[in-house]
Structure formats: C-alpha cells, structure tokens
Unconditional design. Structure first.
Length: 507
C-alpha cells in the first residue's frame, strides 16, 4: 500500500507536465502564426494604406524594413536565449512585436508606419528564432518532427490565409485592423508562455580566476551593435540595388563598401569578445556550416516560385489573381506533409542523405519548369509546385532537426538563429539577384521597353500583348533555371561538406 501514493503522484506529475507542455506548444503555434501572418497580411492592403497615408514611392519599405529588422536581430536573440534562457527572450520579443503592431495601427504617415514596422521586425526576430529553439528544447529527438511539422503547418496556413485576411480587413473594416488583429493572438501567446513555460535551472559557469564563485554573464553589446550595423547596411544595399538606384551607381557601391567594412568590424569585435554574439564555432563545425550554407541556398531558390510564379500565372496562363494564388499555395500543402513524414526516411538513411534526396528532387523539378509548353495549362505548374513542396519538406526539416540535435542547450539558440539568419539572407539575395535577371531578360526581349514592375502594373489594365507574355515566360523560365542552380549548389554543399552521419548528442 505504501508504494501506491508515489506511483499515483508520479502519474499526476506526468499528466500535469503533459498539459503544461501542450499549453506551451499552443503558445509557440500562436507566436509562429503571428510571425508568418505578418509577412503576408500587409501585401493586399497596400492600396488602402497608400491611399490613406500617401508615400507610394517608399511603400516597399513596409516589407523591406520588417525583413531587415527580423534578419539582423536573429543572431542577437539566439545568443541572448542561450545566455538568459528562452522564456525572457520570447516574452520580451512578443511584447516588442505587439508594441510595434499597436504603433503601426496608430501611424499618421508612411514614414511613421515604416519606422513602426521596423519595431515589429525587432520583435519578430525573437519570435522566429526562439520558437524554433524551444521546439527542440521541449521534445527529444525521436519526437521532434511532431512539433516541427505542426509549426510548418501553421506557417503554411498563415502564408495562404494572410493575403486573403488582409484584403478582407482592408476592404470591409480598415487597414489598421491588419495590425490590431495581432493583439489578442499575441496576448494569448504571452499569457500561455508566462503561465506554463518553466525552464529548468541550468548550471551557472564557474569563474576561472576564482573557482569558488560563479562567472559574471557578459552580453556582447558591441558585437550586437556591429552585427546590426553591418547586416542592416548590406541588406539595404541588396534590397534597394537595381530598384531605387542602379547596381553600379554611387549609392549602391558606397553601401556595399560600408557594409563590407562593417563586416570586418564584426569579425574584429567578435574575435575579442568573451561571449561573442556570433561565435566562431558556428562556422568551424562542419555540420553547422554545411547546414547554414545549404539553407542559405534554400532561401535563394524559394524566391523563384514565391515572387515570380503569381505574375507568370496571371500574364502567361491568363489566370485571375485568386487562381494564380492557388497555383502558388499548393506547395504549402505538400511541404508540411512531407516534413512530417521525413522522420521515417532519415531514421533509415540519416539526416544528410534524406536532405540530399529532397534537394536532388527539387533540382530536377525546378529544372523542368522552363520546359513547360507555352502558354500551357494551369495544372502543369500546379503539379510542379505540389512536387516541389514535397521535395523541400524532405530537405529542410531533417537539416533543422539534425543540426539542433548536434548541440546542447547552451548552444541551441545560437545554432538555430544562424540557420534562420542564413535562410533569410538567402531570400534577400535571391530577390535582388533574380529581380535583376528577370528585368534583364525582359529588357532584352522587349527592346528595353519594360521591366518586371512595369509589366506587373500593366496586368491591372488587362491581358498583356502576346510579345509581352512571351517575354515574361522567358524571364520566369530563366529565373527558375537560376533557382535550379541554387538547389544544385545546396546539393553539392551537403555532399562535400556535411558529414554522412551527423554527430548527434545523447539526450
């Protein structure tokens, strides 16, 4: 009889722990929905925003400013979460994001709205990186695909629903509601995190000079500032190059020169810091370095379908905007399904070989796109996108789960942030690079009479002429060939740099 009570108490503790973990997972999914929705919900409300606030010439910074802030803050939040724990970083990040949302809803002109979007992005960086890190903390390796597939599903659903929700709010309420809708979602996530997330105490590092005392935690604020400055300048050069000014113009060259100089400052500061924001081991360890480069190539190739396919579907295939959106959205259906099933593959053949299988298939699918018949039918690119989502699900999730499993708790935040940073940077580089490629092809086909922006605006006036449709098809086909090249590069990086068996730590 005496052994019954401890067993009952143990069962009760396990049930309470499961309920607490379920509440934290719900909070992570809400936080991920916030970050994912905010990347897409603003796009369909731009006409209403510009009509109310003006500033058409700079409205693109509503997206660029947010992207810059998210990207450059990721490494900082990753290091802070390894130093102080995930909970305080996630709470502060969510609070900053909600403050930015409230400020955006109260913006009085375009300059204010852009500035407040940057504030939102500073919070969004904490949401993206810390949610992915906590997902690995909560689940052992055997169960980690479950939470990652849930987060992938949330991201996919939000990506599909965001533009439609933004359009409905802008049309039937007011564009300010696209920011105010974040407040109840974020408040619920914050409440769940504060109430249910209890991180175990970690051992405090000992002071090497005085073995009886603990080491004082030092935050590398100089390194954080240098990372912000270098990343902000270089990403601004990539975002604005070929758009606000020519690539070889004085502003473009000056920004790149300043960015490279600041990158040198980052290296100099970080090599002397006791606890650097971007530690050198991120690039010295083969596994982490290979995954960083491979996911940077993933960000690069994702630009081809996400940016150029809707224009192709409308101008070449003659589809309405809603139907064009469906052609793109099907990859968000197959991606999370494939990611959830990938565990059955990598448990047999390993993380690297599963990722090689996925990116190899993606290379063939992207390479097949330029060989579609002209003008073709809607189901052909739709089928390719469905297959592409399945291939990339096999590629991305095994790499993220695998690389998180090679490090302990104290390095997981930094590692996860470095992976996400490289993917975001790849997307920024891809948007600039493939935008220049598409504009160059269009100019060559149309005798210098157009670029992608002018063609996109012409779609609003009706179906473009046959010569323009053919030029757009050639431009998008060329972009897809470039994306296939990026996928092939990711394949080679994994094949040559990544170890066949990731050095997974025992848990």
């Amino acid at each position: 009889m005496g052994s019954t009570k401890p067993a009952i108490r143990g069962d009760a503790d396990r049930r309470q722990g499961a309920r607490r973990r379920g509440a934290v997972v719900a909070a992570l999914m809400l936080a991920m929905a916030l970050a994912a929705l905010d990347s897409t919900i603003v796009s369909t409300a731009v006409p209403q925003i510009v009509g109310d606030l003006g500033g058409f010439s700079v409205f693109s910074w509503l997206f660029s400013g947010y992207l810059l802030a998210v990207t450059v803050s990721l490494p900082v939040y990753g290091k802070l979460s390894d130093t102080f724990g995930r909970k305080p970083v996630l709470v502060v990040g969510a609070a900053v994001f909600l403050l930015g949302s409230l400020l955006c809803a109260s913006a009085w002109n375009m300059a204010a709205l852009i500035a407040f979007r940057v504030v939102q992005g500073l919070g969004g960086g904490a949401l993206q990186g810390t949610v992915q890190t906590l997902a690995a903390d909560l689940y052992p390796l055997a169960e980690r695909p479950k939470i990652q597939s849930k987060l992938s599903t949330v991201w996919a659903v939000s990506a599909v629903a965001g533009p439609g929700l933004g359009g409905v709010l802008a049309a039937y309420a007011d564009w300010r509601w696209i920011f105010l809708v974040n407040l109840p979602i974020g408040a619920a996530a914050l409440w769940l995190i504060v109430r249910h997330l209890h991180e175990p105490e970690r051992e405090t590092p000992q002071n090497a000079e005085n073995p009886g005392s603990t080491a004082r935690t030092r935050v590398d604020w100089a390194g954080a500032l240098a990372v912000f400055a270098a990343g902000g300048v270089l990403l601004t050069a990539l975002v604005q190059g070929g758009v606000a000014w020519p690539w070889l113009s004085a502003p473009s060259l000056a920004l790149f020169a300043a960015g490279l100089a600041l990158a040198g400052v980052v290296v100099w500061v970080e090599r002397r810091a006791a606890q650097p924001i971007i530690p050198g081991w991120v690039w010295r360890r083969r596994t982490i370095a290979a995954v960083n480069l491979a996911l940077g190539a993933l960000g690069l190739l994702m630009v081809a379908p996400s940016v150029f396919l809707p224009t192709y579907a409308q101008s070449v295939l003659g589809l309405a905007p809603v139907a064009a959106g469906f052609v793109l959205s099907v990859w968000t259906l197959s991606w999370p399904v494939s990611a959830a099933l990938s565990q059955h593959v990598y448990r047999r053949i390993g993380f690297r070989d599963t990722a090689l299988l996925g990116i190899g298939l993606a290379t063939l699918i992207l390479f097949a796109f330029p060989f579609l018949p002209y003008p073709g039918s809607w189901w052909q690119p739709t089928l390719l996108m469905l297959l592409l989502g399945g291939a990339l699900g096999l590629f991305q999730l095994p790499l993220i789960v695998g690389v998180q499993s090679t490090v302990g708790w104290s390095e997981r935040g930094t590692t996860t942030a470095s992976v996400l940073f490289c993917r975001q940077t790849g997307q920024t580089l891809g948007a600039s690079l493939f935008g220049a490629v598409a504009n160059g092809v269009l100019a060559a086909r149309l005798g210098g009479a157009g670029d992608l922006d002018s063609v996109t605006r012409a779609l609003d006036a009706g179906t473009p002429p046959a010569a323009t449709r053919l030029a757009i098809a050639d431009a998008v086909h060329t972009v897809y060939l470039g994306a296939a090249g990026a996928a092939a590069l990711a394949f080679l990086v994994l094949l040559l740099l990544a170890p066949r068996r990731f050095p997974v730590l025992n848990e």
